[in-house]
Design a protein around this ligand. Structure first.
Ligand SMILES: *[C@@H]1O[C@H](CO)[C@@H](O)[C@H](O)[C@H]1NC(C)=O
Ligand SMILES: *[C@@H]1O[C@H](CO)[C@@H](O)[C@H](O)[C@H]1NC(C)=O
Ligand SMILES: *[C@@H]1O[C@H](CO)[C@@H](O)[C@H](O)[C@H]1NC(C)=O
Length: 472
């Protein structure tokens, strides 16, 4: 469509990038870290660091919002210690979206927390100021522009000025319909902000591949308004949530089949150049966009998370191989140079039941569920000429070519016959030099029925670094 101009501007962009920050945050739900000890924090940070993540953005609830959540502050304290040891950074992401609190955030408390860590080398700074992010702050009446102005003033007079970069979600959502007017309104209503974190990593309404148009509009509007803070772009592999509570907003899937790859590629192509990207998320089980390994399921594990209802769509739905994609594109984005491919790896993802399957449990309608494709998706990084083969039922040995010039992709649709009550496992192979170099099967079966509605995919790996040798 726009390949020629794109190629030219991509080259120009790659040269310029060296001068700007290109940092990567991963959004971290502190609510899911109740069981974390010092070594668990270190393990998570080292895992994140190994794929190019620089900092965790700590999402935490007001400590007296509902019951006593004061333990979150203790975990954050532990996280700072661990981060100092492993050379990692921490950013606060105050969760200001809760609108049914006994006690809301107040600026005295927030300023105390920020000052407490101001001397830590793990505190992430933007142009020497402490970077402060949020989730929300524009929708709950207890907060707003004056609240933020007060926080900024307190921090300024304490000698620890902040760069205020909130995720004002109402404007992100508005921007999906009209980005220019959303950006205009935001800058008028929230003159106090220094930077902006555009939360909208997912197309919410239509079957579009990405939303970098809104990113560009916000970024350039902030720049024109003379803002000195960073522009943070949200990047996410998926979104599926079903609280089964009768609220349509809490039962949705994003049309995300290729979303992750497309958004990461728009960065390395130079189509968009945020200062920072924030991966949504490291460990949000509820919305199915975690990159971390699944949590421990024994109450004694240091990464135990009490899943409750979420168990129905998270248990066994591993996403870890998405970190391979993350690492590859993040390195490319940070260095401006396409990484050399040194291993043969193919990442696959698929949903575990047909989109029109009848389920006993879960919301009767999942918003956008008609927009996802019943298919298996593959992303290949290989060191030499290969055919990547995929089979599922009657759809046997579909294959595509891959080589060491960069990622190759392919997908195959679910067949009409999904194999009765047992369902079926997809099979994958990498063929090299006329032989099967790697073979593996999907970790879950795909069925035409389901007990609970589940639009969260499983993500599998074959090739180097995988122990996938097929299942019986
Ligand atoms: C501010 O918030 C903290 C934490 O919830 C709380 O302990 C404190 O009482 C609050 N202060 C005021 C004045 O509400
Ligand atoms: C999204 O991108 C994929 C390839 O990455 C392409 O196959 C698909 O047609 C695109 N969808 C739309 C709606 O443009
Ligand atoms: C708990 O986790 C282990 C190891 O990941 C797994 O083998 C087991 O099936 C899980 N049990 C439950 C009840 O999810």
């Amino acid at each position: 469509m726009f390949s020629f101009t794109l190629a030219v501007s991509a080259l120009a962009a790659l040269c310029i990038r060296a001068a700007t920050a290109a940092d990567v945050f991963a959004h971290f739900m502190v609510q899911n870290a109740y069981a974390y000890d010092h070594s668990q924090w270190k393990a998570d940070m080292l895992s994140a660091k190994s794929i190019g993540v620089d900092a965790f953005a700590m999402n935490w609830m007001p400590p007296d919002c509902q019951g006593n959540l004061g333990w979150q502050e203790d975990r954050i304290e532990d996280a700072f210690k661990a981060a100092e040891e492993v050379g990692f950074k921490i950013v606060h992401s105050f969760d200001m979206s809760w609108d049914n609190c006994d006690k809301y955030w107040n600026t005295t408390y927030m300023a105390d927390v920020l000052q407490k860590h101001a001397g830590s080398k793990a505190t992430y700074r933007w142009n020497s100021n402490i970077l402060v992010t949020t989730y929300g702050g524009d929708r709950v009446k207890e907060y707003g522009a004056l609240f933020f102005a007060d926080l900024k003033a307190k921090m300024f007079f304490s000698g620890n000025a902040i760069s205020l970069t909130p995720a004002l979600t109402s404007f992100a959502e508005k921007a999906q319909k009209n980005a220019a007017s959303a950006a205009f309104d935001m800058i008028a209503d929230f003159a106090v902000i220094d930077g902006y974190f555009n939360w909208q990593a997912w197309p919410m309404y239509d079957n579009v591949n990405n939303t970098i148009d809104a990113d560009e509009v916000f970024q350039s509007a902030m720049k024109k308004a003379g803002k000195s803070g960073p522009y943070i772009m949200a990047v996410s592999p998926w979104q599926f949530k079903d609280l089964d509570n009768g609220n349509n907003m809490d039962a949705w899937v994003a049309p995300a089949d290729w979303l992750f790859k497309d958004r990461l590629e728009s960065l390395v192509n130079g189509e968009v150049q945020p200062d920072i990207i924030e991966l949504l998320t490291w460990n949000d089980w509820c919305e199915s966009h975690y990159l971390r390994d699944l949590p421990g399921n024994s109450t004694s594990s240091s990464d135990y998370a009490n899943m409750g209802r979420l168990e129905a769509y998270v248990a066994g739905q591993n996403h870890s191989p998405w970190r391979i994609m993350t690492k590859y594109y993040v390195e490319w984005w940070k260095t401006g140079k396409q990484p050399e491919i040194t291993e043969d790896q193919v990442v696959f993802w698929y949903r575990v039941h047909a989109k029109d399957a009848q389920c006993n449990q879960g919301s009767s309608h999942i918003r956008n569920s008609d927009l996802v494709e019943d298919a298996i998706f593959a992303w290949a990084l290989v060191t030499k000429d290969s055919r990547v083969s995929m089979s599922l039922g009657d759809n046997t040995y579909y294959d595509f070519h891959a080589d060491n010039s960069g990622p190759a992709t392919g997908s195959i649709p679910f067949p009409k016959d999904l194999g009765g009550s047992e369902g079926m496992r997809p099979e994958f192979a990498i063929m090299q030099d006329g032989k099967t170099a790697y073979y593996g099967q999907g970790s879950k079966r795909i069925t035409s029925w389901c007990s609970t509605k589940n639009f969260n995919p499983v993500v599998n790996l074959i090739g180097q670094g995988s122990d996938n040798r097929g299942h019986s």
